[in-house]
Design a protein around this ligand. Sequence first.
Ligand SMILES: Cc1ncc(COP(=O)(O)O)c(C=O)c1O
Length: 431
Amino acid sequence: MAFRRLWQPALVASGRRGMYKAATKDVPKVEITSKIALPDSTVRNARTMNFAVGFNWTDHKKGDIDYSSCDFLAIGHDRRINEAQAEFILSQIDDGKAAWGKTAVWPRTKDSPMVKFQEAAAEWLNAEAVVLTKSGMDANCGLMEILLSNNDIPVYLDFLAHKTFRYGISAAKGEMIVFKHNNLEDLEAQMAKRGPGFIIVDSLYSSLGTIVPLKDICDLADKYGSALIVDESHGLGAHGDLGNGIVCQQGLEDRVHFRTAGLTKGLASTGGLFTGTKEFIKLFRGNTTKSVFSYAVQDYEAVRLLTALKIVKGATDRRESLHKKFTYLKQKMRDIGYHGYYLDQPSQIFGFCTGDYDNTVGLDRALKSKGIFPTAFTFPAAPRDRSLLRWTVTDQVTMEQLDYTLGVLKQFIDDGTAKPSEWPDYERPCY
Ligand SMILES: Cc1ncc(COP(=O)(O)O)c(C=O)c1O
């Protein structure tokens, strides 16, 4: 396989050291008026992140191997999904209805695609009811707004729970208590001090691919009278018999109070959702900024979601194929010397905890020069000393591409481009 990236070898050749410097050199002053300028750190943080992620997109036509997409079942290009959406959009031309420009608070008819998707998703997730939101961010922040407004109930948040929760908790002026990643003792110690609250975890963490010890957390929640919120963004599609996630896979639907998800991943569509009782979900429409002051999911998206959901439910072969691929890749990586502590998790995501910025971006650029595209997670998306190279495996990746990737990674150990034994997660936890 021949891969060409003109700019990347130059950056690799310029050496590992100095990546951070290159990213933050000559930070421009952003002046809003003659008397107001943004702090340098605002601009520097944005540049740090933009530089880390890189400047080009995976080009499938050139044979690039994509380890940054979360379309786990590789259904985004499915003809049935795209045709359903396109046909719906075309059917709206000149139909005389002014359906656009309404906020989410406006009612929908019972046969609208949005209502139908909510019902279908509730059945799929074995939940009493589901609210469809415009994004996972809206689901998480909307839920926080409902739960935390006008009260002082504490929120216990796993250190690696998705950042959108932190945003939602801050906006709702909630009290956030962060516990160590997947650490039940720490969670219990905090709850013993502060009493019952909302516990927030991801079912499958988006940076390390770790899976939550769900049953134990349910037991702890019960013991303290706390409520449990599980973000299933990376569980849906890829896990569970019908792709309905890790909560359903473990039969814990009745013990988890709320599930949330972004739907760009397993369902390859825009949107988000959260589950709740029929009474509870009504609070979203009439009582959140995300609904009252912002537009609703459009019907053409709900149509896409309805078709995607049908396909996901029946995609047992794809799920099996995906599991086979990520198990193979992770096992072989360990065999060739990548002994990351978190690499044994049964999930389609994993991170190389490469440590500092230069190490992470340097390795990312070296891989991209070979046509291999993971994602660099650096400060401010990760702690400064624990930057990650995040990999997502989708069913789009072929076994041949996995073997090619492994060959490159082996070569990188041999020639010193990658030094996993110096990384913070080498055979020990670093989060
Ligand atoms: C775990 C998790 N929750 C929520 C979100 C937010 O979803 P969205 O991109 O739909 O806003 C993401 C997206 O990256 C995520 O990974």
